[in-house]
Design a protein around this ligand. Structure first.
Ligand code: HEC
Ligand code: HEC
Length: 479
């Protein structure tokens, strides 16, 4: 974008020059300076791509960051004003901050029961988490409910446990339970004879602090990346709804359904976008609920402790989190840039993308859309982006099911995961894990778990030759 602005001003200079011959030398000099400036600005983009700026390079339009290191997901969008940059930095600090129990002058209010002590301890480098429980980097949580719907169409809380199992607690307080995660191997055979070993998770709960109804449902979820949040929040509702094909009129086996969820702050039902079942409608509510449920920290949006209604509830006065901190962390997520693609013109990647489209992975992982107008954050306003998601729910088959409905999402349905940045998880996480519960240890395993509406695509992927499968995966690694 910078490049275009600079070129544009050179053209206006040109028109003006024809009427002002005396100034010719000065103008030529200024022109040279401008061209040099333009090259300097464009260099940032071209270092990722030998043939110049390419639309497909930018994951997030203006909100694209050109960094392919372990810090690729941690960058603010370019061009924030001084005040906005300060709010982003404040949010960044709070995102990384370890909270402690009250009383504390700042960053207090942790617990009494919680899942982890900071946002970053689950969202590693603003990316994905690690599938484990009970360690400082454990990034999973278990959602809970009983059968039925509450008065807003949402899941029904389990008495004495609520909607989330908190497996950590302050000293002297019992946590709600401990979770043990183990795996069994499942082998998958390709028609060409090669075999991949998948591992299927199994969860065991021990040490419930009080009796748990036998009929409880649970949904294990691992932290997804948080970058690009402002762009996802700005995709027009009509765009997302235009992808819905609930009765599969076009007969491709893919339906796609919107989730509608209750926003407890706005007190109304809204289109769901965030969370692994599109179970939250806005970043503000997502962040406030993370503070409340994952860390036990209350705010003006979620003012009661996560253990409200439970035997360990202790009433406290006021909120734990200053309003300005909640707003800053929300702004931080809204202004995190999306990493640029690498090696866009590499022939394998071009071929891999073609196959990805041919076997209709793109039926759910939608490549391109344009965000709506946003008058507050211009970098996420009206941007052509490549998130590789439709933000809709899809039946992904019994093997991936959690069997726990969440608003309109059934126990088999999950939100299409955005694939932007997926090729950098090895950098941002060291050992990357994929899918809602981190069960897949590679992109290939993630694809092989696809079932339900995605079964046709998965089967077509399995029919490909080894070198074609490798090209699809190589293409995904360039995102
Ligand atoms: C215990 C681990 C954990 C902690 C701590 C945590 N998160 Fe999350 N985060 C998750 C999980 C799991 C999800 C998916 C939730 C769901 O599907 O309902 C999520 C989802 C999100 C999303 C939505 C991303 C998307 O695209 O759907 C955002 C934004 C987010 N978290 C921000 C935060 C912030 C800010 C904090 C700190 C206040 C935080 N999280 C703390 C695990 C965690
Ligand atoms: C019917 C919709 C649909 C189709 C078709 C589909 N996907 Fe997915 N994809 C999803 C959903 C939903 C998830 C999240 C599932 C979960 O977390 O359990 C997902 C997750 C993924 C992931 C894991 C992402 C991550 O960050 O963990 C990869 C990789 C992926 N898909 C690649 C593909 C490829 C390649 C194809 C084509 C062979 C494909 N998908 C076809 C809906 C689809």
């Amino acid at each position: 974008m910078m490049c275009q602005d600079v070129h544009h001003s050179r053209f206006t200079f040109h028109d003006w020059r024809s009427q002002n011959c005396n100034m010719k030398k000065l103008i030529v000099f200024a022109g040279v300076i401008l061209v040099v400036f333009a090259f300097a600005m464009c260099h940032k983009a071209t270092e990722f791509n030998e043939t110049g700026y390419d639309d497909r390079l930018s994951g997030g339009g203006l909100a694209t960051a050109f960094d392919a290191t372990s810090k690729a997901f941690t960058h603010a969008v370019d061009g924030l004003g001084e005040r906005d940059a300060r709010v982003h930095t404040l949010g960044d600090k709070a995102f990384e901050q370890t909270f402690v129990s009250s009383p504390a002058p700042i960053f207090g209010g942790l617990g009494p029961i919680f899942n982890n002590v900071s946002c970053i301890s689950c969202h590693h480098n603003d990316g994905k988490g690690t599938p484990s429980f009970g360690t400082p980097t454990s990034s999973m949580l278990i959602r809970l409910s009983l059968t039925g719907n509450d008065e807003h169409g949402g899941p029904v809380a389990v008495p004495n446990f609520g909607l989330q199992l908190q497996d950590q607690a302050l000293f002297g307080v019992p946590c709600e339970a401990h979770v043990k995660l183990s795996y069994t191997d499942v082998s998958v055979n390709y028609p060409d004879g090669s075999t991949v070993m998948l591992h299927k998770p199994d969860y065991q709960f021990t040490d419930f602090y009080t009796s748990m109804p036998g009929s409880f449902m649970f949904s294990p979820r691992m932290a997804p990346p948080v970058f690009g949040g402002g762009l996802l929040e700005n995709i027009p509702e009509q765009t997302i709804l235009s992808f819905v094909d609930q009765n599969d009129k076009n007969g491709d086996g893919i339906s796609g359904k919107a989730n509608y969820v209750y926003n407890p702050y706005a007190k109304q039902t809204e289109l769901g976008r965030f969370g692994l079942k599109a179970n939250t409608s806005s970043i503000l509510v997502q962040v406030a609920t993370a503070y409340q449920q994952d860390m036990g920290v209350t705010s003006f949006v979620q003012p009661v402790k996560s253990c409200y209604g439970q035997s360990q509830y202790v009433k406290t006065d006021g909120y734990d989190l200053p309003d300005s901190t909640l707003k800053a962390v929300t702004y931080y997520v809204q202004t995190l840039a999306v990493p640029a693609r690498r090696d866009v013109k590499n022939p394998d990647n071009v071929a891999g993308e073609l196959i990805f489209n041919q076997i209709n992975c793109s039926g759910c992982h939608r490549q391109t859309m344009t965000t709506g107008v946003n008058n507050t954050i211009k970098q996420v306003s009206n941007q052509r982006i490549h998130p590789y998601t439709d933000l809709l729910l899809h039946d992904m088959g019994d093997d991936l099911a959690d069997n726990r409905p969440d608003f309109l999402a059934t126990g088999n349905e999950w939100r299409t995961m955005p694939l932007w940045g997926i090729g950098l998880f090895e950098k941002t996480n060291g050992i990357p894990y994929y899918l809602h519960d981190g069960r897949a240890r590679s992109i290939e395993e993630a694809i092989l778990w696809h079932g339900g509406e995605a079964k046709k695509s998965r089967d077509q992927f399995m029919q490909l030759s080894k070198s074609d499968r490798d090209m699809v995966i190589k293409f995904l690694k360039s995102l």
